[in-house]
Every structure is written in C-alpha cells, then in structure tokens.
Design a protein around this ligand. Structure first.
Ligand SMILES: *Cc1c(COP(=O)(O)O)cnc(C)c1O
Length: 404
C-alpha cells in the first residue's frame, strides 16, 4: 500500500512535521549552529533566535517571555512541573499532591514517584464524561497541598476540563495549579490567564512541530525547583545546551497552528461529527466515550461490543488505516484504558475501545473509507465471540440520538 492511500487517524499520538517548520529549522543545524551561551557572533545569533522563539511561545499562550522554559517535550514539562513544585513545597513543609485518574502517564508516574518518596497523593474523581468538578477539588485541598495537576484536555477521550472554574478554587486556596495542555494547544484556544493556571505544558510534535521539544509555562512568582541540573541555561531552571533548531521548529509550528486554528478546527469538527454519526449508522452496539460537547475538535472514541480494540487496530492497519485503542503508551499491554475505567466504564466494555484522532490533512473521502471498511472488520471479529443481548452501556446516548 502506498503512502498516498494510507489513512492516518492517530494525531493524538503524534503529527507529521509541517514542511514550513522543517524549512524554518534547517539553517539552525548547519549555519546558525553556535552555542547561545557564547559571546561571539555565532552564539549571539543563536541566542537571538532562541529569545525570539520564547517571545512567540509566550504570545501564543498569553504569557511573558521570562515565564517560558524550553524542555525536551510534554513528558519533561509535566515531570518538571510536578516534581519541581513538590520539592519547592517540601521546603516549606508541604507534603500533599493532587491529580486526577485520567492524566497522561507523564503526570501519573511522577505523582506515584513522589508518593513513594513520602508525599500524600489524592486522586480526584471524574464523572462518566471524564469531567473533574471544581467542588471535588475544593473538598480535597489542604494547607499543605504543594501542587494540583489537572490536564486541560484528555488524550484518549478528548474531554476538556472546566479549568477556569477549577483555578478559582485553587487560587482561593493559594495552591499552584499545573495543567497538561499538550493535546489542546493548536486545537483550541489556550490562554494562561483565561485558564487561571500557574503552570502549563505543551509539546511540539502534537501540533506539527518536531519531536523532542516542548515548553513549560511557569507563572511569575511561582516557586519551583529545577529537574535537570547542570549549566545556567533557561535562567538556572533547565540545564543543557538549548535545542535551538527544535525550539525554532516549536515556535514556527505554534505560529502556524494559531494562524490556522479557527479554519482547521471548524473543518475537523465537521469531519469528526461525520465519523461519529457514520459509526452509529454502520455499526450496532457501540458506545460513544467522552463529553458530548466539551471535547477536542479532532477526537472520536468509541467502544465496540464483543470486540478487542487491539484486534480492530490490526484489521484496520491491513486496510491502511492507522488508529489507536487508547493511549499509545498502554497499547502493547492488554490492560484496558485507565481513563475509561476511571470514567466508570466496565472492564469488558473498555476492552473494545477504539480512538480516531483527525488532523489537518484528513479528508471526507478518508472518513468515508473508514466507514466503508469497519463494518466487515467488526462483523468478522464478532463472529468469533458468542452473541449476548446488548447491555445498557451500548445504547446510543440521547444527545446523539437527537442529532441523528
Ligand atoms: C503526548 C502527550 C504527552 C507527552 O508528550 P511528549 O512530548 O511525547 O513527551 C503528555 N501529555 C499528553 C496529554 C500527551 O498527549
């Protein structure tokens, strides 16, 4: 199968680099290669480019340039935020951290790490749509809470949190709020003052930039310890010679994403709705996951009764269609998605999850091809399992039935 025929619907896992981003990066590998910490012209040029990129990223999220730390990606930004805040809090006697069960592993693992090092960890509940309710946050905050980390939008089911409401609660309690906005940036508006967060993570390769580069926003006045120690780069907050070409790519990708977001997101939303409605038309006994309206424009997540998500992926792949059964990190294991489980979806239902995440190159023809191929795949797999009456979980939700 040629690349032209293949249908990529896994943009939450990663996106292709925009050729305009590659063009912007190129001179910084071979021509402007100086170390930005040096004084001579080549170094100064690199430093200038670095500070320009910082300004671009700051403007893109409504921050000040000095509030931006460049990192190696979403994972490092999340680790830095959580471990850095916890360690700063510990110096003042704080020993409590708060997060949610639907976070990316880049948040959950550092939280577990801190728990093993003596911090108390509270995991907030989410409702059946994956929403964290502000009053639940209020209930658990303590005088010794060092950090609250709640993602802006979820990578598996696309649910967007009421962060501006949640931040009112954390602000009142004087607790720093970190948000993982890796899936949101470039897809929906992200402004640190509107959200009211104190820290925010983004990752370049989720919005058509290069892999291995991201940023962490840290609101002025927030106490945080460094994660990577060594040189004095990034105002002593993140050591190591700056990844100039990557950072230039990150900034260029951000610039393009913002310029094109409105048009692109509107187009993708239409295609997403075509896919969801189409799936309910061509398949029986499926359920839709995530919030009906408070969700990313590009995310479709369903559970198909009596079928393993992984099995569907293999058959879709044979037809040249790339999708996911949940988060990329947990595929390969047969554990059902921790996100779906936290939303109260029974284990056997969660096993049948399938995620399609659309992108700027996705076309109507591609969506229709998926809708044409999937019924035979599901039929074939279902023939291998005994038929039972469909349980409640697979009824079409009312909001969707009303639309159809
Ligand atoms: C992809 C992703 C990350 C990790 O980002 P990397 O740049 O791949 O390290 C973190 N959080 C969310 C929500 C993501 O989707």
């Amino acid at each position: 199968m040629s690349d032209q025929d293949s249908i990529y619907l896994d943009h939450a896992a990663t996106t292709p680099c925009d050729p305009r981003v590659v063009d912007a990066m190129n001179p910084y590998f071979t021509e402007v290669f100086g170390n930005p910490s040096t004084m001579y012209e080549g170094g100064r040029k690199a430093k200038q480019a670095l500070e320009g990129a910082r300004e671009t990223i700051a403007n893109a999220i409504g921050a000040k340039p000095e509030e931006i730390i460049f990192t190696s990606g979403g994972t490092e930004s999340d680790n830095h935020a959580i471990i850095g805040l916890a360690e700063a809090g510990k110096m003042k006697g704080k020993k409590h951290i708060v997060t949610t069960p639907i976070e990316h592993h880049a948040v959950l693992e550092p939280a577990e790490y801190l728990k093993a090092r003596g911090f108390e960890l509270t995991i907030l509940p989410v409702d059946e749509h994956g929403i964290v309710h502000p009053e639940e946050v209020k209930k658990v905050l303590r005088d010794d809470t060092a950090v609250v980390s709640i993602m802006h939008s979820n990578n598996e089911v696309g649910t967007i949190q009421p962060l501006s409401e949640i931040s009112k609660v954390t602000k009142e309690a004087g607790v720093p709020l970190h948000t993982d906005a890796v899936q949101s940036f470039g897809s929906v508006p992200v402004n640190v003052d509107d959200l009211g967060c104190d820290l925010l993570s983004i990752s370049s390769h989720k919005f058509y930039g290069p892999k291995g580069v991201g940023a962490l926003y840290v609101r002025k006045g927030t106490r945080i310890r460094p994660l990577i120690r060594g040189g004095a780069q990034e105002r002593n907050r993140r050591a190591s010679t700056e990844n100039i070409s990557g950072i230039i790519g990150l900034a260029k990708a951000a610039e393009i994403a913002l310029a094109e977001m409105e048009v692109t997101s509107a187009r993708i939303t239409k295609l997403r709705d075509r896919l969801v409605n189409g799936l309910f038309n061509v398949l029986t006994d499926i359920r839709h996951n995530g919030h009906p309206t408070e969700r990313l424009p590009n995310n479709v997540n369903i559970c198909v009764r009596g079928v393993e998500g992984e099995a569907m992926l293999l058959f879709l792949d044979m037809k040249g269609i790339s999708a996911s059964s949940g988060s990329a990190c947990s595929s390969g294991s047969l554990e059902p998605s921790h996100v779906l489980r936290a939303m109260g979806i029974p284990q056997e239902v969660a096993h049948g999850s399938l995620r399609f995440t659309l992108g700027k190159k996705t076309t109507e023809e591609q969506i229709d091809k998926v809708l044409a191929e999937i019924p035979a795949i599901v039929d074939r797999l279902r023939q291998m399992t005994p038929y039972q009456q469909p349980p409640e979980h697979y009824k079409m939700p009312e909001w969707l039935a009303a639309k159809a």
